[in-house]
Ligand binder design. Sequence first.
Ligand SMILES: C[S@@+](CC[C@H](N)C(=O)[O-])C[C@H]1O[C@@H](n2cnc3c(N)ncnc32)[C@H](O)[C@@H]1O
Length: 208
Amino acid sequence: MTMDIAITALLNDLEARWQREQAEQASLSRADAYAKVDDYLLPVGPETGRLMNDLIRALRPAVVVEIGSSYGYSTLWLAEAARAVGGKVVSFEIHAGKIAAAKAMLASVDLDPVVRFVQGDALASLEAFAGEIGFVLIDLWKDLYIPCFDRIADKLAPGAIVIADNMTFPPDNADNAVAYRARIRADARFESVLLPIGAGIEVTRRLP
Ligand SMILES: C[S@@+](CC[C@H](N)C(=O)[O-])C[C@H]1O[C@@H](n2cnc3c(N)ncnc32)[C@H](O)[C@@H]1O
């Protein structure tokens, strides 16, 4: 099914903003760019967005979990697919201002009823989260991937897919990425593959 023209236009606008932000980041010192990190979208990008959207359409999960909403770029891709299959998105984000912006953006394309945002530290929120999860995007600060995975592992439905972003980019995340991939691969309940799209994603499946 083709995506709604208004959603496609919104994604294009956000991707143009991302290009401008990347140029700005490249012009700033590392310290100055870091000081502005909460102003930036930091999105998964169109390839990962498209793959997640297709996987959700194929898997038809009732519950999609997003850990790290930021300004809602990845949320748009997830929510569009979730709505198409009658599912919902629960999105975890610590920054209240980003949630407000993401909510307004989703409302502008009528996707707001599909998404419930949970504001606060995702580690505590995931601990309290009850219910079976069919699809997950992990994309928050990079040292938190393993503790997040540990909090959702027992809540994943048989056949559930977990996508973890930033496995190959930025390079200074290499240690966290290697540790995350080792954690997954040491667990016999899962099979996993690293895909070289976007910033490098680990695609992990909970065995039935
Ligand atoms: C890379 S951005 C997410 C980008 C988003 N997935 C997208 O593709 O548009 C990471 C986000 O994780 C959030 N975050 C960082 N630590 C968190 C925590 N402990 N709990 C919840 N959210 C957190 C940050 O505020 C930031 O918005």
